[in-house]
Design a protein around this ligand. Structure first.
Ligand SMILES: [Zn+2]
Length: 100
């Protein structure tokens, strides 16, 4: 499933999917779901999770400056606090959108 269109509207990201459905994802939720190693940590082969200090979110962290398309499978948000390492595959974006 791929998005046809993505628009930040207020404090949400509106996503129009190719099947015609629409998702509205709160920017704060989207940022907190950031899948990058710094936010989510990295697990070693034994399954131990290594993670930096807990991320401190400023109000700017939930401001979406823009979205960069990565190939045809993912999108990379540019956040107000300069965080850009989160790569959201469309499948992951859909999962975040569908999680209450
Ligand atoms: Zn991150």
């Amino acid at each position: 499933m791929r998005p046809l269109d993505m628009q930040p509207i207020g404090e949400e990201l509106a996503v129009k999917w190719e099947d015609g459905s629409e998702s509205f994802v709160a920017l704060e939720k989207l940022r907190r779901a950031c899948p990058c190693a710094a936010c989510k940590g990295e697990a070693d082969v034994m399954g131990n999770l290594y993670k930096g200090p807990d991320t401190v979110y400023t109000p700017k962290a939930f401001q979406l400056l823009r979205l960069v398309n990565v190939g045809s499978y993912a999108v990379q948000p540019v956040w107000g606090d300069g965080h850009v390492t989160g790569l959201y595959s469309f499948a992951y974006l859909r999962k975040v959108a569908d999680t209450p």
